[in-house]
Design a binder for this molecule. Sequence first.
Ligand code: SAH
Length: 348
Amino acid sequence: MDNRDRIMRLREEMVLPRADFAELLTSMSKEDEEFLYAQARDVRESVYGKEVYIRGLIEFTNYCRKDCLYCGIRASNKDCDRYRLSKEQIMECAQIGYELGFRTFVLQGGEDMTFTDEEMCAIISGLRKGWPDCAITLSIGERERESYEAYFAAGANRFLLRHESVTPDHYAGLHGGKLSIDTRLKCLKDLKDIGFQTGCGIMVGSPGQTVEHLVNDLMFMKEFGPHMVGMGPFIPHARTPFRDKPAGSLEDTLHMLGIVRLMMPEVLLPATTALGTIIPTGRELGLLAGANVVMPNLSPKQFRSKYTLYNGKPATGEEAAESVDKLRAKVESTGYRVVTARGDHAGT
Ligand code: SAH
């Protein structure tokens, strides 16, 4: 079987034997790549047409109790200038976003326990009441099942929690041996069970990652059946232990996007900010490889530079929600178009 056959088989059966995934990930020629992306676009268009969904990302706190080795807002980064937004500031972001055409708000932050369940529920209810036609997505890390239940009851619809790596050793290596993949996976299971549209995902090219790990992640995603998959390249941050590690590559990231689209035709798949950071046209290339979501930054401008997960993270231009017109033009250059819609998972 050559790679073209593998890609066609993946499209038809929506999975491949492990050895074929590994072969595909290691031996794709330029022609194979083009074929993969064309198949991925075809599948994406059969489900979502030409529509690209936009999400307004509100980075509401960069305080974090965790110490992930890759992340610039890790607890032990003493150079990180910490901030948190008030409920009122978050509501202002939503108001601005709504006027710009956003119908999904993503609340993302470090694991900041000063946002108690009560506080989180007040914020979620406020958004739910103020913008009843919008989806509310949370990306706030690991909490107890009861907490997740309370957020869902308060009106949150979706939850992003990248699993980062399903391979126990690799996961431990990314988190200083202190965190366990079991906890992460339990959270993901709880979230899906509660009824959230749930997103998992990985950084492509994270330190220590092998092709075998990527195959494990693909197999895990296939089994878990997420509604969303977040995948961007790893990018080093100067104030972390991974400062000298190389960034993930454009090609590897695009391969993974194309494969995930074929494996899960209905998945909501962002062309991430990290992809747009390693190369200026990364976003567009992501869309052309099967992605169908973009998440510009809706945080108040004065805080954007402080939410630095990795170096070089842009906060202006088409990354900025207020420049959504620029983003629209860039998206249109790919033949797709940004729509004002909640953009729920097609199977939901
Ligand atoms: N605290 C939340 C949100 C984390 S930030 C949580 O734990 O889910 C969102 C994602 O950014 C992370 O899941 C991680 O995959 C990604 N990220 C963090 N540091 C990064 C880096 N250096 N390069 C690329 N992506 C990174």
